[in-house]
Design a protein around this ligand. Structure first.
Ligand code: 5GP
Length: 198
């Protein structure tokens, strides 16, 4: 899932993993310093640039990208462990990361882009959070403008005008994608048994 900051992607993804035990949220590594209220291993694994580059060199990242001068990446091992346990994994990543995931796992990934109802609404939400200075907010808004240019690469686009409605849309996407035949390895046996029944 991708979106400009402030469009509600984090709230949507947190709600989805809270409601669906089969969905887990991937925790990224980043070289960005923690914001007030953020905790190690909850929002991110906070790394130095050297540590992050060592993770890249060791092939430990499923995807990674530079966003606004900081490095962000998805640690591979927890994703593999979750998938082996039959879970779905939600990535809160930028368009560069979403593109890499789609290239590496074309049949196993679904890309969703979340748009704000208006740019002024987005700016208002970022200011209301009071997490960042005005200069940083302006920087995040400019980054958001570049992010939304990639909306057409996504499988689904949700306009988050109303949180409950946007969340309902997200669930519909998740449930429908979950019912694709190839995503349910138990189906062939199940159908064989059905066919064998009198
Ligand atoms: P923030 O610094 O606001 O938490 O995140 C900035 C941007 O980096 C957001 O668009 C977020 O989705 C993206 N991002 C966070 N983690 C990852 C990651 O692991 N990989 C990539 N490619 N982008 C990420």
């Amino acid at each position: 899932m991708s979106s400009p900051a402030g469009a509600g992607k984090t709230s949507l993804s947190r709600r989805l993993v809270a409601d669906y035990a089969d969905m887990v949220l991937s925790i990224s590594a980043t070289t960005r310093p923690a914001r007030p209220g953020e905790e190690e291993a909850r929002e991110y694994y906070f790394k130095s640039r050297d540590e992050f580059e060592a993770m890249i060199a060791a092939g430990e990242l499923f995807e990674w990208a530079e966003v606004n001068g900081n490095l962000y990446g998805t640690p591979k091992a927890p994703v593999i462990a979750a998938m082996e346990a039959g879970k779905d994994v939600l990535f809160d990543i930028d368009w560069q990361g979403a593109r890499q995931v789609a290239e590496k796992a074309p049949n196993d990934s679904v890309r969703v882009f979340v748009l704000p109802p208006s740019w002024s609404d987005l700016a208002r939400r970022l200011h209301a959070r009071a997490q960042d200075s005005t200069a940083i907010i302006d920087q995040r808004l400019a980054l958001g403008k570049r992010e939304i240019a990639h909306w057409g690469e996504y499988d689904y686009v949700i306009v988050n005008k109303d949180f409950d409605r946007a969340y309902a849309d997200l669930i519909h996407i998740y449930r429908a994608e979950r019912m694709k035949p190839g995503r349910n390895p138990w189906l062939p046996d199940f159908v064989s048994e059905l066919a064998a029944e009198e």
